[in-house]
Write a protein of this length. Structure first.
Length: 249
């Protein structure tokens, strides 16, 4: 654990010198702009809060969470792919497992920060619409935000493995974009969507509320979605770690 802590601190310092934190703002900000639309005609404050969350969570879960999770995974490996950085890192008295988990932890910290900013923008957007915090459905909102973070775990594990093996920074990003775009179609499939990692953030983030199930895949139970997410995370993490431990630097 001590070695892991030192590696994580070192990785954190690398991020502190970068502009990656500006990207953390982009997804929640765009989700807020999209989510504030189409709320006219809703009189009940609780329904307005819920409508705002559903609108924002659609953009965040379908597009921004999977997209930026892949960007974060590629970014934490960027320095090591430049000028023989992997060889320099592996020359230090650190275990590869500690390095790999430190990078994965950083990706998850960035995703969690994005979700917290999403919550902040959501609350701010509601206040701008004149809504009171007393009518806010906290359980639904916090459950959805936490679900989105859990849904991003398989993508983080998979994209980190791809980013470690692919020396090109643009390669993993292009792959992630191509696999994120079909989400709008995939989430309508009850058979395919649970197994598609890029659709899982949306499925875990959207609340199961009668009358609001726009996508057919939301008829699946949340427990089924979470079991698939856990299985995918373990599979991708184990595969990536196995590859990283045997990769020639």
């Amino acid at each position: 654990m001590r070695v892991y802590g030192r590696v994580l601190t070192s990785e954190w310092r690398k991020l502190g010198k970068s502009s990656i934190w500006l990207l953390v703002l982009v997804g929640p900000l765009l989700s807020t702009l999209l989510g504030s639309l189409d709320l006219e005609g809703v009189a009940n404050e609780n329904e307005k809060w819920l409508g705002l969350f559903l609108n924002m969570a659609s953009g965040q879960g379908l597009l921004f969470l999977p997209l930026f999770t892949g960007i974060f995974a590629a970014f934490v490996c960027r320095y090591e792919h430049l000028d023989g950085g992997w060889k320099q890192l592996m020359a230090l008295p650190v275990r590869r497992t500690a390095v790999y988990f430190a990078k994965l932890t950083l990706v998850l910290i960035l995703v969690a920060a994005m979700q917290l900013l999403f919550l902040g923008f959501y609350l701010g957007g509601g206040k701008l619409l004149g809504l009171s915090l007393g009518s806010l459905p906290w359980q639904t909102v916090l459950g959805g935000i936490g679900g989105g973070l859990l849904g991003a775990l398989p993508i983080a594990a998979l994209q980190l493995a791809v980013s470690v093996g692919w020396t090109s920074f643009a390669g993993p990003l292009s792959l992630n974009v191509m696999l994120t775009i079909p989400n709008v179609l995939v989430v309508n499939s009850k058979d395919f969507s649970p197994w598609y990692p890029w659709a899982q953030p949306f499925m875990a983030m959207m609340p199961r509320i009668a009358g609001h199930e726009t996508f057919a895949a939301l008829n699946l139970s949340l427990s089924t979605v979470l079991i698939v997410i856990a299985g995918g995370t373990i599979l991708f993490l184990a595969s990536g770690l196995f590859y990283f431990n045997r990769k020639e630097m």
